[in-house]
Write a protein that binds this ligand. Structure first.
Ligand code: TXA
Ligand code: MG
Length: 339
């Protein structure tokens, strides 16, 4: 199959592919998604095949207006209405009890379904024009960092999918927050993401974190969270929080023959650069949004450089920093120098 690029003025073509059961990648505000008609089992299976995704890992369905939701969930608790009012369209996926004509593979045998309304004009127009909910995981090969540009999608999935709608680089750069509302009394974050727990607590009061997020011995409730994820080919290590220790770590690694690629804040960048190292910056330390937006694309860029190891600066687990560290910890095989 030859994968073709479409632009945002060619959505009718993308719609035609989707309606005939093909798979099409499209931009959202978080990362690129790999879309198929969520009511067509054959089409949905093609998503799993193209990505090499384990079939017990359920997909999120994407809708373009709230009225569509009633068709696919048993009931909409008040807490879901509040979240939708404040955060939709936007990077927050709600887990609710499912019903209706959704292809069985979408939910991987669960009686719940993840739904979100993406905050991206191209995604919304595409869903609206297609008139069907789109099942869409991130449009990367399973295990790789999620794609934030159309070229990232091509790199992973060229020849395996019908088309890629190019809508430029995505904004948030990390995936949506997955919020379980199946017990409306206990809204629980299964995956931290673009909407922070602090933002959710401002409108909902207390919000719980799924136990696996803080305790590695507990299995995750969100099936996808148990897999190794977000990793480039090269090993990724998390740096110590201190610049002094980081300098020592880098010197030692170079003495033992490693070729270092590093990804750090502007403040560290100047201090750590030298001609033997390849560096990328995450922006100013006080701007974790920017670090989140750059994480996946920088991991991909460093993976293409001549380096043997990728070293990344940790950020505080506050606000979007929680999602940044969640993805980084999953990508990394080692945390260095924490004493
Ligand atoms: O921002 C995003 O969410 C992107 C864009 C494309 O919308 N999508 C995305 O999809 O990240 P994916 O498939 O890469 O991640 C979906 C996550 C997985 O961790 C999956 O296990 C979880 O959502 N999930 C989906 N349905 C679920 C359900 N019914 N119960 C629990 N977790 C669910
Ligand atoms: Mg994914």
């Amino acid at each position: 199959m030859q994968t073709i690029f479409l632009n945002s003025a060619e959505l009718d073509q993308a719609v035609a592919y989707l309606k005939s059961g093909q798979v099409v990648a499209f931009p959202t505000e978080t990362v690129y998604g790999l879309g198929a008609d969520a009511t067509n089992e054959e089409a949905v299976k093609k998503i799993f095949e193209a990505k090499g995704r384990p079939n017990d890992n359920p997909l999120i369905i994407h809708i373009s207006n709230i009225d569509q939701l009633e068709r696919y969930v048993q009931y909409i608790p008040d807490v879901a209405k509040t979240v939708m009012e404040h955060f939709w369209p936007g990077p927050c996926t709600l887990i609710l009890k499912k019903k209706g004509p959704i292809a069985p593979s979408v939910t991987g045998g669960l009686d719940t379904i993840g739904v979100r309304m993406p905050d991206h004009p191209v995604a919304l127009e595409l869903i609206e024009k297609a008139g069907i909910p789109l099942a869409a995981p991130s449009a990367n090969s399973s295990g790789k960092p999620s794609p934030t540009t159309a070229l990232h999608v091509k790199k992973d999935l060229d020849g395996k999918i019908q088309a890629i709608v190019d809508g430029g680089a995505t904004g948030v750069g990390l995936e949506s927050t997955v919020l379980d509302l199946t017990d409306p009394e206990r809204p629980t974050i299964l995956r931290p993401g673009g909407v922070t727990s602090e933002e959710l607590e401002e409108v909902l009061g207390k919000v719980w974190m799924d136990a696996h997020l803080s305790d590695a011995s507990v299995g995750p409730k969100s099936p996808g969270m148990k897999y190794k994820h977000y990793s480039p080919e090269k090993p990724v290590w998390i740096l110590p929080a201190s610049l002094e220790q980081t300098r020592e770590v880098m010197d030692q690694l170079e003495k033992s023959g490693e070729k270092i690629g590093f990804l750090v804040s502007d403040e560290w960048f100047e201090q750590l650069s030298n001609k033997n190292r390849k560096g990328h910056t995450l922006g100013e330390k006080k701007n974790p949004q920017q670090a989140a937006a750059r994480l996946f694309s920088s991991l991909r860029a460093l993976d293409e450089e001549e380096v043997s190891l990728i070293l990344v600066e940790p950020y505080s687990k506050v606000g979007i920093g929680t999602a940044y560290m969640n993805r980084l910890e999953k990508a990394a095989s080692r945390i260095v120098g924490i004493s």
